[in-house]
Design a protein around this ligand. Structure first.
Ligand code: F6R
Length: 623
C-alpha cells in the first residue's frame, strides 16, 4: 500500500529527477492510487534553493497534468508518493509529500505511525501547526526540528525513527542538502536501486527497473542514506549495517503492458510461462524433487505433525486447494486459516507445526504478523512467495519462490496459479521426504504438473468464447459460483475476482452447502458458475451434477465448467466451458482460468479500471 520513489543523481547523470520519480510512480501506482505527489530539491539557480512540491488527489494522471502545465526546473534529487489513504481522506492536503514547519524538509511515508496522536498533541502544544490530517506530517515536523537543531538528515532520521511506533517506510529530502536522500524502514517495504553516479529507492524494484537491475535489500529498522556515488546503511541506533545486494532477474518489459489493455489480462496470458518457470529446476538428475530454498532439514520435515496454511484473499484460496493435495499425499493433518484471524485466536502451535505462509507480495502485514506469532510459539515457517527479498520470506525458516515475475494487476492471477504449483510441489516434496508416496507415484504427478502450462494454454485459446459469455452477462447484478472438493476454492476465487473487478454481488459456495441455505438465493435467470469435478471421482462428480440439476430446476442459468468428453452434463447446462482432462487435485489450475477471463472482460465491458479497482491496492502493508 502506497508507492514510494526516491532518486539522487550526480553531476554525470543525465536524468531529470522529476522524470525518474513520475515514471517510478507510474510503475508503483498499483500500490495505491488515491493521490500522488512529488518533491524536488532545487539548487540555487532559477527558483533558488528550496523545494518544488506538487501533489494532487486522484490518480497519477492528475499530478502529471499539473507538471505538464507548469513544468518544474530540472533537478537531480527528488522523492514521490502514490497513496492509499489511511489517516485522512484522499484530498490534496493529505497527499504526500508533507513538509516540516518551515518547508525545509519534505517527507513521504508508507504505513501507519501508531503513536502519532500523542506526538501530534505534543507538537501542537509547542506551537506547530499541521496542514493535514495525516500521521505522516508529524514525522516531517519532528525531522525538520532536528535539522534546524544542526543534525544532518541521516542522524535526524535515526533519532526520529526511534520515537515512532508502528509500520513505516519514510523517505525524506532536505532542501539544504541536495546530494542526500534518506530513508528508513520498519515492517514496510523499501528497496535500493544501485546505479552508476546515481541511486534510487522504491517500494519495489519496478520503480527503478528501467535504470538499474542491481538492488539492495534492507533489513528491519534500518536507515539508508543515498548519495549519487554511495549508499550507507545503519541501524536506527546509528550502528553501521549492510544491505544484501542482488540482481533482479526480470527487466522493464515485464513491467509493461506489451500491447494488452490491462496488466491483468497480460498476466492471465502469461500463466503458461509462469507455471513452467515455477517448475524449473525442481527435479534433480536422479529424478527426485529438490527445493533449493528449502532451509529445513529432512529430519525437521519428518517431525512435522501438523501443517497450518495461512494467507489472505486469493492466497488463502490457494491454501484451501493445497489442503486437499497435501493431506492426500502426505497424510499430515492440514488446516487453512486467514492470516488476520490466526494470531488473535491464540492458535496451538508446537515446534513440530509447520506454518506455510502464502503471499504473492511477501509484504502483506496480516500474514507477516501471523508468521511472527508462529515463530514466537516455536513453530517452523515456510513461505510461498513471488517477491525476492521481501519481508515474509526473509523472516521465514524456508521459502519456495513462485517465479511468476512481477504481478502488477491488483487482482492476483498468475500469482494464484504459481502459488498452487508451489503448494503441489511442497506436498510432493514432503511425501518424498516422509516416504508416504513411492518415487514413481511422485514422478507421475510431477509429469502431470509439467503438462499444466500446455493445459492452461488450451484454456487461454478459448478466451473469445469466455468473453462472449461475459458480454452476455453485462446486466447481471449477482453471479454465484459452486464447487466441491478442490473445486470449492475455485468457486471462491471466481467470486472474489468478480467482486473486486466488476463490483458485482458474487458468492462462492460449496455445492453440498446449497440445501443448507444458499439455494434460497436461486431465482429465475440467476447465473451460476458450476465447477464440475472430473469423472475419476464418480461420487463427487455425481453429487455435483445433482446440485446443477437442483439449481436449474429452480430457474438458475447454469454456466458449467466441465472436463472434455463429459457430455452427460451438457443437457443440464445453459452454457458449457470445456476443461482439459486433468487429475481432480490439479483441476483448479485450469478451472480458474475462464473465471479470471470472465471477470476481466466483464469489468472491462462495465467500464471499470481493471488494474486499479476502487478502494483496493496491491500489497496490503497495513493490518
Ligand atoms: C485478490 C488479491 C488479494 C491478495 C491478498 C494477499 O485478487 O490479489 O486477495 O491475494 O491481498 O496478497 P499477498 O498474496 O500479496 O499476500
Amino acid at each position: 500500500m502506497c508507492g514510494i520513489v526516491g532518486y539522487v543523481g550526480g553531476a554525470s547523470s543525465s536524468l531529470d529527477a522529476k522524470d525518474v520519480v513520475v515514471e517510478g510512480l507510474a510503475r508503483l501506482e498499483y500500490r495505491g492510487y488515491d493521490s500522488a505527489g512529488l518533491a524536488l530539491v532545487l539548487e540555487g539557480s532559477g527558483d533558488g534553493p528550496g523545494l518544488h512540491v506538487d501533489k494532487k488527489a486522484g490518480k497519477l494522471a492528475n499530478l502529471r497534468a499539473i507538471l505538464d502545465e507548469a513544468p518544474p526546473p530540472t533537478t537531480r534529487t527528488g522523492i514521490g508518493h502514490t497513496r492509499w489513504a489511511t489517516h485522512g481522506a484522499p484530498t490534496d492536503a493529505n497527499a504526500h509529500p508533507h513538509l516540516g514547519a518551515h518547508g525545509r524538509l519534505a517527507l513521504v511515508h508508507n504505513g501507519i505511525i501508531e503513536n502519532y496522536a500523542v506526538l501530534r498533541e505534543a507538537l501542537e502544544a509547542e506551537g506547530h501547526e499541521m496542514a493535514s490530517e495525516t500521521d505522516t506530517e508529524i514525522a516531517a515536523h519532528l525531522l525538520e526540528r532536528r535539522l534546524d537543531a544542526g543534525d544532518d538528515l541521516t542522524t535526524a532520521m535515526q533519532q526520529v525513527c526511534s520515537q515512532l511506533e508502528g509500520a513505516f517506510t519514510l523517505v525524506a529530502v532536505d532542501s539544504q542538502d541536495p546530494d542526500r536522500v534518506v530513508a528508513a524502514r520498519r515492517n514496510s517495504p523499501l528497496v535500493v536501486g544501485l546505479g552508476e553516479g546515481e541511486n534510487f529507492l522504491g517500494s519495489d524494484v519496478a520503480a527503478f527497473i528501467e535504470h538499474t537491475r542491481e538492488a539492495l535489500e534492507l533489513a528491519q529498522d534500518q536507515v539508508v542514506t543515498l548519495h549519487p556515488d554511495r549508499v550507507e546503511v545503519t541501524g536506527f541506533d546509528g550502528s553501521p549495517a549492510e544491505g544484501t545486494r542482488y540482481h533482479v532477474d526480470w527487466d522493464l518489459s515485464a513491467a509493461q503492458k506489451d500491447g494488452y489493455d490491462w496488466f491483468m489480462r497480460k498476466e492471465i496470458f502469461e500463466q503458461p510461462r509462469a507455471l513452467a518457470d515455477s517448475l524449473l529446476g525442481r527435479r534433480g538428475l536422479d529424478g527426485k524433487l529438490q527445493l533449493d530454498e528449502m532451509r529445513l532439514t529432512d529430519g525437521e520435515l519428518r517431525e512435522i505433525d501438523r501443517i497450518v496454511i495461512i494467507g489472505c484473499g486469493t492466497a488463502n484460496y490457494a491454501g484451501l486447494v493445497a489442503k486437499y493435495a497435501i493431506e492426500h499425499w502426505t497424510r499430515i493433518p492440514c488446516e487453512v486459516e486467514l492470516a488476520h484471524e490466526f494470531r488473535y485466536r491464540d492458535p496451538i502451535l508446537t515446534r513440530n507445526t509447520l506454518v506455510v505462509a502464502i503471499s504473492q507480495s511477501g509484504e502483506t502485514a496480516d500474514t507477516l504478523m501471523a508468521i511472527r506469532h508462529a515463530h514466537l510459539q516455536r513453530a517452523k515457517v515456510l513461505a510461498i512467495c513471488n517477491t525476492n527479498g521481501s519481508t515474509i520470506p526473509r523472516e521465514s525458516d524456508a521459502v519456495i519462490y513462485t517465479h511468476a515475475g512481477p504481478e502488477i494487476g491488483v487482482a492476483s492471477t498468475k500469482g494464484f496459479l504459481t502459488q498452487l504449483m508451489a503448494c503441489y510441489v511442497l506436498g510432493l516434496y514432503l511425501a518424498q521426504v516422509r516416504g508416504t508416496k513411492f518415487g514413481d507415484e511422485i514422478a507421475d504427478v510431477m509429469a502431470e504438473l509439467e503438462q499444466m502450462p500446455r493445459h492452461v494454454q488450451t484454456m487461454l485459446d478459448k478466451a473469445e468464447d469466455v468473453y462472449k459469455l461475459a458480454h452476455a452477462h453485462e446486466d447481471s447484478s449477482t453471479v454465484l459460483f459452486l464447487g466441491r472438493h478442490a473445486g470449492f476454492p475455485v468457486a471462491l476465487e471466481g467470486a472474489l475476482k468478480l467482486k473486486e473487478l466488476a463490483y458485482l454481488h458474487a458468492e462462492g459456495f460449496a455445492a453440498g452447502e446449497l440445501k443448507h441455505g444458499p439455494i434460497a438465493l436461486i431465482d429465475d435467470g440467476l447465473p451460476v458458475f458450476c465447477v464440475m469435478p472430473p469423472r475419476g471421482r464418480d461420487q463427487l462428480h455425481d453429487k455435483m451434477l445433482s446440485a446443477v440439476q437442483e439449481i436449474r430446476a429452480r430457474g438458475a442459468r447454469t454456466l458449467v465448467l466441465v472436463e472434455d468428453g463429459d457430455e452427460g452434463v451438457a443437457r443440464y447446462a445453459d452454457e458449457v466451458v470445456y476443461l482439459p482432462k486433468v487429475p481432480t487435485l490439479l483441476q483448479p489450475l485450469v478451472a480458474v482460468v475462464p473465471l479470471q477471463l470472465f471477470a476481466c472482460e466483464l469489468a472491462t465491458v462495465l467500464g471499470h479500471d481493471v488494474d486499479q479497482p476502487r478502494n483496493l491496492a496491491k500489497s496490503v502493508t497495513v493490518e
